[in-house]
Design a protein around this ligand. Structure first.
Ligand SMILES: [Zn+2]
Length: 90
């Protein structure tokens, strides 16, 4: 398995090295796409080649999916009605 340094060396000097700390610091901007394309591409390239940063971005994305899904769940009232209907039917 290649190290990040090896990959960076192969890609050449035009791509500035990117650290894990940098990805973590800009994780929210990266996921919100609130960055310049060049900067985002650089961090994304690191995140995709670094297992730890891949995990960090996936964890954050997963968290956002859960939050988004919970917003779409039926309101507590309609849920209660359904439960009551179910209980009284049996
Ligand atoms: Zn990393």
């Amino acid at each position: 398995m290649k190290s990040i340094d090896d990959v960076a060396r192969e890609l050449g000097a035009e791509i500035a090295p990117c650290t894990c700390a940098e990805v973590r610091n800009h994780l929210f901007e990266l996921l919100d796409r609130e960055m310049e394309d060049a900067e985002m591409g650089r961090l994304r390239a690191h995140a995709e080649s670094c297992p730890e940063c891949t995990e960090a971005t996936q964890a954050e994305q997963h968290m956002r999916q859960i939050i988004r899904r919970s917003c779409h769940e039926p309101a507590p009232d309609s849920l209660r009605v359904r439960v009551v209907t179910h209980l009284t039917r049996h």
